[in-house]
Design a protein around this ligand. Structure first.
Ligand SMILES: Nc1ncnc2c1ncn2[C@@H]1O[C@H](COP(=O)(O)OP(=O)(O)OP(=O)(O)O)[C@@H](O)[C@H]1O
Ligand SMILES: [Mg+2]
Length: 255
């Protein structure tokens, strides 16, 4: 065993790095980056929380991790292995603005949204596999929307739509999940159910999860680490006692 481990080739790390940002600057204007000197690793099986005031760059950081925005400098690397899941993508993004197809049903959004573009074309030619359809039903049930599967998304409440976006990402079962304020608009009990689902995906499916939560107190209850953006820097939340007084302490009131 030790021979193998010193060989440095074939030993599998149980918690491989899924997202690696090294000395990165992030934003849109090279003269005025939103975030500088950013070093971040997120590993399989861990949930990392990200917090900070409105407009500081949380969404931009997530979009950069997803490859939708280019870093201004430094490197941003997603280290995913999607070979076993040809039908699905390696990075899942639950955007702050949910990106749902409003006039389509819950079932359509979850199933079609989870497929990658290439397999979407395949799907257009041959119907989705029975396995994918069964998994779609399961995941919609898990977010508590089983009775809404055939409902049009534009007839759902904000929190219900948020859960559709969560189900879509869960079905995709990505190596790296990026979730932008997906617990907003949810009552405490529903949010708890979603958090349990995230923990299950991290622990049992070795998903790496980076999520934005405006509520650092809640984030600390279920994240392995909570980080905050402050003055263009990403710093651990725990080590900055003073910030507890300045970060938003008003809880979202569940509807
Ligand atoms: N495409 C873009 N081009 C230029 N500037 C942008 C773009 N998208 C966002 N910004 C700016 O970048 C800054 C950070 O925005 P971002 O959406 O990342 O903030 P945030 O921390 O997610 O805020 P919130 O908590 O309100 O969601 C804002 O000043 C915003 O106006
Ligand atoms: Mg945002």
């Amino acid at each position: 065993m030790s021979m193998e481990s010193t060989g440095g080739v074939s030993v599998e790390d149980p918690n491989p790095v899924r997202l690696r940002m090294v000395d990165a600057a992030i934003g849109f204007d090279p003269e005025q980056p939103l975030i500088e000197g950013l070093n971040l690793e997120v590993r399989a099986g861990e949930i990392v929380g990200l917090t900070g005031r409105s407009g500081i760059g949380k969404t931009t950081l997530l979009r950069t991790a997803a490859g939708l925005v280019k870093p201004l400098s430094g490197s941003v690397e997603c280290c995913c292995t999607s070979t076993t899941r040809a039908e699905k993508g390696a990075i899942g993004l639950i955007p702050q603005r949910l990106g749902l197809v409003q006039h389509q049903t819950v079932g359509y959004n979850v199933l079609m949204g989870a497929l990658t573009e290439a397999s979407f074309l395949q799907t257009a030619l041959s119907l989705p596999s029975k396995r994918m359809r069964d998994e779609t039903r399961e995941v919609i049930d898990e977010v508590g929307l089983a009775d809404k599967t055939l409902e049009s998304v534009n007839r759902l409440s904000g929190g219900q739509q948020r859960r559709v976006a969560i189900a879509r990402a869960m079905l995709q079962e990505p190596d790296l999940l990026l979730a932008d304020e997906c617990l907003g608009e949810l009552d405490a009990e529903t949010a708890r159910g979603i958090i349990e689902l995230f923990r299950h995906m991290a622990e049992d499916h070795r998903m790496a999860i980076l999520l934005v939560d405006h509520n650092p107190v809640r984030a600390r209850t279920f994240c392995d680490r909570v980080l905050q953006l402050r003055g263009r820097r990403l710093i651990p939340f725990d080590e900055d006692e003073e910030s507890k007084a300045t970060l938003p302490l008003i809880e979202e009131v569940g509807s």
